[in-house]
Design a binder for this molecule. Structure first.
Ligand SMILES: Nc1nc2c(ncn2[C@@H]2O[C@H](COP(=O)(O)OP(=O)(O)OP(=O)(O)O)[C@@H](O)[C@H]2O)c(=O)[nH]1
Length: 966
């Protein structure tokens, strides 16, 4: 059974705090009023309280008795007054003088006869006194036993350190309650003390100080309720010889006979005694001779019946006590000297209060720790060095610097830069800004997950791989026919029944060696892939019709192949034709730097007929020969890497892609990444539609299992697992989003930044594509530009052609990082859009000199980029009117943008600029108009120009000032 503190308090009619204090003093572990107390502790507490009450009652009773005695003039008084007369009156056995050193009022009347112990006490053994210490007790100076005390049994023989410190000064806290072992418990025997209440071990029902059996000696004063205790033994007390033999209900210290053992009570302070309850005992404090303010326990001599004790009553008030007990003439001097003065008492009291407060605090908040240093040190925790990876937004930089974005924006304003929180700062700006705020910046390019690192192969693992061939040439020269001829010629018997699929590439075998053909004739795919960084072609087959010779697209193809540094094999086709002139073709080729072998050059030229399947084998052998010279090798024993040749979304199969493996071997079940697509390869088929389980270097296969359709030209990699594949593609998607959000196409080289790039060493060669209205202009421009080459940069016209600037020109420029110069030509709409998309710098001139000057200025950093031509609209000439006074007026339909009256115009015919001049009139019907929007008709008159024709395009353009950026 347990009970909570507050319930117990209620039961005892005490406050919870009081109960807690008592319990804590008893050694019971209670934390607060809700703590539970077990029955044993409850009983102990109750016993304690009960004992206190009884003691109080006894004290009251005793005081009354004392008063009575005092009034009537007791024997004891008389004894005190004249101790020598006492034996005559009271004791039957006179005691020699000086033996009653214990000058306690109650004592004096007791010894009516000789008490063996009395005599023996100071000098000899005191058989019954067990509560006495033999060790020095500071407060007990009056009666030190001088010799062995036979009745003293519970005492330690050695020094008892704890016994001595108490009585002299205030003893603030209750000390009778041991909270732990108290080695030096004083006054108590070290043997079993059944009735002692200082030992809070539980109820001691039987104890009352009176042993039930023979009591070997006095054993200290119980503090708890000792119902039976009154100092009267219940049984014989052999050593207590000065006592009455029978029960002494009211034992009050008046022994009927000598009590040899009872005399051991010190008169002085008994410091170690602590068995007193803690309850308020108003009168308490005046006990003993030694002032023991904290003393709350009953001294050994404090037995209810023992009224004559000491100089100060322990129960009654000092005044009462003193009144009851007149000063004894035999009080030893030393005891008196120990009475502390008022100052000491005050100090002691203060100290006691402090300790009590501390204890209360501990009880209230046992876990609360005192605050040692509540003040916190303010430390600057902002980093002094940060690492960034390229550009960084203001917000992210602020976060890295542990600053507020507002602080950075403010600092940027101080630096003259207006920025928003999301604005991207380039590394330089970020570094300067951070430096202004005391932070150093380290720009470290982060290894992006989006980029897959190339595996470097050991040269000894490399083996020969089939060459990858692209067929290029002018329109109708027979590219498709040649590819078909090769394919059909070299289809083996076993493959004949196979369903030939168009997967963008295929392989043929000749003399046990394979050749891979990209099944997309023309240089469009070739340049597109090159523009994406994919260089899959090992050898270019240039098809030139023997009856037609070199044509513009032939030249383009030559230049594309040269720019890609791909060896060219010439297939002079249609030799079956009567008007075929292969020699003429060879002759023309020399103009483009291609000198055939038989003429001493290194260009292989094979006369073939796709139609008649002539020399196809010879052509293939030449391909193998060139491949051998190129030492085309790859390691087949590694994870596959390659390029997406073609890709589409198949209704049944989902995303499918033709992949040309360039290194390693692709297996079913491999996890691959291509651009932002990834997936586990579920199935692979070759160009014949056969399912294959693996694809080695240079083998084209169609794969299924990718998450989405990748773009042609995307690199294709096998990675360790799908998790990594997901991470890579996620990173790529994130990069793509950033790129899209920037809406900023990666600008290739341009004349504006040419000088800077030359200075930075980024450009050592300026690639230029020239398109002009006539070949003569192309050549003139080419020669002039070549002369601009300097030691720092070489001008390299990679391609020149006649006619409008087309998409192929743009792709070539993009792939080769070239600038396009157009002289008297315009880009077609497709080319213009592609140029914007690819970031190709496209410049149009009407005067060759202007083009040369611009390139020259750009190379020397003197190009004035402050004005830029902006085309505001285009109109198609639908009808031409001859107006007598106004000249020729072009009736037009605005097809693009708007035609503005103040704009300059140029007339374009078949992609060639016919005229450039000033608009003379702009009319909407008969009215003059400032501008005419797209979809409306208008009449346009051009100053000093009447040669406009139906079908011409009139382009309106303005010169806009370009704001220079720092
Ligand atoms: N006589 C003869 N005609 C051929 C030969 N090769 C192709 N032709 C013919 O030339 C024409 C064009 O052939 P294609 O193979 O379509 O030429 P291409 O270069 O693929 O043409 P585009 O796809 O338009 O660029 C066809 O009518 C073919 O029959 C050949 O070796 N001899």
């Amino acid at each position: 059974m347990s009970i909570r503190v507050h319930e117990l308090a209620k039961e005892l009619n005490l406050s919870s705090k009081e109960v807690m204090t008592k319990l804590v003093a008893m050694g019971t572990d209670v934390k607060n009023h809700l703590s539970t107390v077990d029955q044993r502790d409850v009983d102990r507490l109750k016993n304690q309280l009960k004992g206190k009450e009884k003691n109080l009652e006894r004290s009251e009773h005793k005081s009354t008795e004392e008063t009575k005695q005092n009034r009537s003039g007791s024997v004891q008084d008389e004894m005190l007054k004249d101790p020598r007369s006492a034996p005559e009156r009271k004791t039957q056995n006179p005691r020699p003088d000086g033996q009653f050193q214990s000058s306690r009022s109650g004592m004096e009347g007791r010894s009516q006869g000789p008490r063996q112990g009395t005599e023996g006490r100071p000098q000899g053994p005191r058989p019954g006194n067990q509560g006495q210490a033999q060790s020095p007790r500071p407060g007990n100076q009056g009666q030190r036993p001088q010799g062995p005390r036979p009745g003293y049994q519970g005492q330690s023989q050695g020094p008892r350190p704890g016994y001595q410190g108490q009585p002299q000064g205030p003893r603030p806290g209750y000390q009778g309650q041991s909270q732990g072992p108290r080695p030096g418990y004083q006054g108590q025997s070290q043997g079993p003390r059944p009735g002692y209440q200082g030992q809070p071990q539980g109820p001691r029902p039987g104890y009352q100080g009176q042993p039930q059996g023979p009591r070997p000696g006095y054993q200290g004063q119980p503090q708890g309720p000792r119902p039976g205790y009154q100092g009267q033994p219940q049984g014989p007390r052999p050593r207590y010889q000065g006592q009455s033999q029978g029960p002494r209900p009211g034992y009050q210290g008046q022994p009927q006979g000598p009590r040899p053992g009872y005399q051991g009570q010190p008169q002085g302070p008994r410091p170690g005694y602590q068995g007193q309850p803690q309850g308020n005992r108003p009168g308490y404090q005046g006990q003993s001779q030694g002032n023991r303010p904290g003393y709350q326990g009953q001294s050994q001599s404090n037995r209810s019946g023992h009224q004559g004790q000491s100089q100060g009553s322990r129960y009654g008030t000092p005044s009462r006590s003193s009144a009851a007990a007149p000063p004894s003439p035999i009080i030893p001097e030393p005891a008196k000297r120990q009475m502390p003065n008022k100052k000491t008492q005050d100090k002691a009291y203060e100290r006691k209060r402090e300790l009590e407060k501390e204890r209360e605090n501990v009880i209230r908040s046992p876990h609360k720790r005192p605050q040692k240093n509540p003040k916190k040190e303010v430390r600057d925790t902002t980093p002094k060095h940060i690492v960034i990876q390229g550009s960084i937004s203001v917000q992210d930089l602020a976060s890295k610097m542990s600053r507020k974005a507002g602080e950075l924006i403010k600092q940027l304003m101080n630096l003259g830069v207006m920025a928003t929180i999301n604005q991207e700062l380039d590394p330089e700006t970020a570094t300067i800004l951070a430096a202004e705020m005391g932070v150093t910046v380290e720009v470290k390019a982060e290894k992006s997950l989006a980029v897959i690192e190339e595996i470097q192969d050991d040269p000894k693992d490399l083996v020969f791989r089939p060459p990858v061939v692209t067929v290029m040439g002018h329109v109708d020269h027979g590219k498709t026919s040649l590819l078909d001829a090769i394919r059909t010629t070299h289809v083996t018997a076993s493959e004949a029944g196979g369903i030939t699929q168009h997967i963008g590439a295929y392989q043929v075998e000749i003399n046990g060696q394979k050749i891979t053909f990209l099944d997309t004739p023309g240089h469009e795919a070739f340049t597109s892939m090159r523009a994406r960084g994919a260089q899959v072609t090992d050898i270019a087959i240039l098809v030139v019709a023997a009856d037609d010779g070199i044509m513009p697209q032939t030249v383009e193809a030559i230049n594309h192949a040269k720019a890609a540094e791909v060896p060219i094999i010439i297939a002079i086709n249609k030799i079956d034709k009567e008007n075929a002139d292969p020699e003429k073709v060879k002759q023309e080729l020399t103009e483009y730097g291609l000198v055939v072998e038989e003429w001493g050059g290194d260009t292989i030229a094979v006369p073939v007929s796709a139609k008649s399947k002539l020399n196809i084998e010879q052509l293939l052998e030449m391909i193998l020969l060139v491949a051998e010279l190129r030492d085309l090798k790859a390691n087949p024993n590694r994870p596959a890497a390659g390029t997406v040749i073609e890709a589409e979304l198949d209704k049944g199969k989902g995303p499918i892609a033709t992949v040309l493996v360039s290194k390693g071997t692709l297996n079913i079940g491999d996890v691959a990444v291509a651009g932002c697509a990834y997936g586990r390869i579920k199935a692979m088929v070759d160009e014949k539609g056969r399912r294959v389980k693996k694809a080695g270097p240079s083998m084209p296969v169609e794969v299924q299992g990718l998450s989405e359709v990748p773009e042609a030209g995307e690199p294709f990699y096998v990675v360790a697992d799908e998790k990594l594949a997901r991470q890579i593609t996620s990173a790529r998607i994130a990069v793509r989003k950033v790129e899209e959000s920037k809406q900023n196409v990666a600008v290739k080289v341009s004349l504006e930044d040419l000088f800077d790039k030359i200075k930075e060493g980024e450009i050592k060669e300026l690639n230029i594509i020239i398109k002009a209205d006539v070949q003569g202009s192309v050549e003139a421009l080419k020669q002039s530009l070549l002369r601009l080459s300097t030691g720092e940069v070489r001008v390299n016209p990679i391609h020149g052609g006649v006619g409008a600037i087309n998409k192929n020109d743009i792709m070539l420029a993009s792939a080769s990082n070239a600038i396009i110069l157009g002289f008297n030509v315009r880009p077609d709409s497709n080319a213009k859009a592609t140029a914007e998309l690819e970031g190709v710098d496209l410049r149009l001139y009407r005067v060759i000199y202007d083009a040369i000057e611009d390139v020259k200025a750009a190379m020397t950093g003197l190009l004035d980029p402050s004005f830029k031509e902006v085309v505001v609209g285009k109109a198609e000439v639908r009808q031409v009117f001859k107006v007598p006074k106004a000249g020729t007026v072009a009736g037009c339909m605005v097809t693009e943008g708007k035609i503005i009256r103040s704009a300059n115009v140029r007339i374009i015919r078949d992609g060639i600029v016919i005229h450039e001049g000033v608009m003379e009139s702009l009319k909407r019907f008969k009215d003059d108009a400032k501008e005419v929007a797209e979809g409306f008709e208008c009449g346009i008159g051009i100053e000093k120009y009447n040669d406009v024709k139906e079908g011409d395009t009139i382009e309106a353009f303005v010169m806009e000032e370009v704001k220079r950026t720092l």
